[in-house]
Design a protein around this ligand. Structure first.
Ligand code: ADP
Length: 437
């Protein structure tokens, strides 16, 4: 109780007695003083009760009628508001980190010191199949792959990582890593490494294929060189052997050239408009036919049906190499005397280049794979055809750079049609129209 209030109340009670005494009414003065004190005590008790009721809800602003309790109630109220603000900030921060964890592309699992699951994020559900219902269960009982088991056992040694198939989808490869956060907590991270694994496999395949392709001509070359070195060959045989060196050497040269072309195409950025030139299909095709005929070892009937003044914009050297590849393939995979038809015409507003042959044709299951590097329907055919196995991979890349794609229509034993549609270069036509109007 405030001292000044007490003094005031005593003074008022004293005054009441004094007035009563002066007026010869001591008893009435005493009664009034007592009544005054009782009233004061009743008001005081009421305020105290109000205060204690209010204390249980300190976030509600206190009423000024609390009297002497008002000031302490106000400071309790201010502290409670600050606490609420601080706890809101903490809750927001926790929610923010939870959202971040849930949006991580990696699976995140927090484990306690006994390797029991404490929390999982969304990606852990997607990649590992763990949900919040798995909390308080041992992680080793839910991810059962042997490599993961080894990792969990080694957790105390802060060890390495494990590469396992996802328990949810066996096509997905996961890299599991454990990080000790504190004595009580360990973090399990699961990262989807399927793309990296696929890339590694593709690279290994590629290296194996290139080595394999180079090994055969190299073995032939080494064989001939050995016999030349023996010094036992007469002049004519020697000349014959030297001539035979040419084929495997040429083969290696073609392979290296195709590999370089492919590497260049794969790493080159999309062609800039300024690097494109107008390409007249008719004259490009006539050059290609001459070259293909010069390269061909067998005789075929070649028919050309090309629309004049149908032009596209592109990189001349690239389209030349792609079209030549398709024409030489048509000759390579057709029997002697077979007809090869080359067409260049407008189709659905595009310039279509097509090559039809009456050759061996392709079974449907091979068609989606023939543009893969080194894919051959008949792996023994290269001795006959002399192809590098990279031709159609080059064609695919060139066409992609020209906003086109390779299409194939083929029937086994009846021949194939390879075609592609390129955007027509209409600049001149528009120009002409403008001139007329
Ligand atoms: P290659 O150098 O072996 O010809 P390509 O990449 O040009 O390599 O072709 C890949 C494979 O596609 C060939 O090995 C062949 O089996 C098949 N192929 C390509 N063109 C034709 C065609 N016109 N007729 C039948 N099969 C073809």
């Amino acid at each position: 109780m405030n001292l000044s209030t007490v003094v005031r109340d005593i003074v008022i009670a004293g005054l009441l007695i004094l007035v009563g005494t002066v007026l010869n009414q001591v008893l009435i003065g005493g009664i009034l003083a007592v009544l005054w004190c009782v009233a004061i005590m009743a008001i005081e008790a009421r305020r105290r009760n109000k205060f204690w009721t209010w204390v249980s809800r300190p976030l509600v602003p206190p009423a000024s009628t609390l009297g002497k309790y008002y000031q302490p109630a106000k400071s309790i109220h201010t502290t409670a508001l600050e606490r609420r603000k601080r706890s809101h900030t903490l809750v927001n921060a926790a929610q923010k980190y939870k959202n971040i964890a849930n949006n991580l592309p990696d699976g995140l699992v927090i484990l306690d010191d006994r390797m029991m699951i404490k929390t999982v994020n969304h990606s852990a559900t997607k990649l590992l199949g763990l949900t919040s219902a798995d909390c308080d269960k041992p992680v080793a009982s839910l991810i059962r792959h042997p490599d993961a088991q080894v990792l969990f056992k080694s957790a105390t040694e802060n060890l390495e990582c494990a590469d396992i198939p996802s328990p949810v989808n066996s096509d997905t490869r996961l890299e599991l890593r454990l990080f000790r956060v504190s004595d009580q907590e360990t973090m399990l991270i699961a990262r989807d490494v399927s793309d990296t694994s696929r890339l590694l496999a593709v690279r290994q395949d590629f290296i194996a294929n290139v080595s394999h392709e180079l090994r055969s001509p190299l073995t032939v070359l080494i064989g001939y060189i050995e016999s030349i070195r023996s010094g036992e060959l007469d002049r004519d045989t020697l000349l014959d052997v030297v001539q035979r060196l040419d084929a495997p050497a040429q083969r290696m040269k073609s392979l290296v050239e195709d590999l370089l072309t492919l590497a260049r195409l794969e790493s080159a950025p999309a062609p800039e408009l300024s690097s494109l030139s107008e390409i007249d299909g008719e004259s490009l095709i006539s050059t290609i036919v001459e070259e293909a005929q010069a390269l061909a070892t067998q005789k075929h009937r070649i028919t050309v049906n090309a629309s004049p003044s149908l032009a596209v914009r592109g990189i001349h050297v690239e389209l030349h190499s792609a079209f030549l590849n398709l024409v030489t393939n048509a000759l390579r995979y057709s029997p002697e005397g077979g007809e090869v038809t080359i067409k260049w015409y407008e189709h659905d507003g595009m310039a279509r280049f097509s090559v039809r042959d009456e050759g061996v044709g392709l079974a449907p299951q091979h068609i989606p794979r023939i543009t893969e590097r080194f894919y051959r329907v008949d792996p023994t055919s290269l001795r006959v055809t002399g192809g590098t196995g990279l031709g159609l991979a080059i064609v695919k890349h060139v066409l992609k750079r020209h906003q086109a794609s390779l299409q194939v229509y083929s029937k086994l034993g009846q021949g194939s049609t390879f075609y592609c549609d390129l955007p027509i270069n209409r600049v001149e036509e528009e120009h002409k129209e403008n001139e007329i109007s």
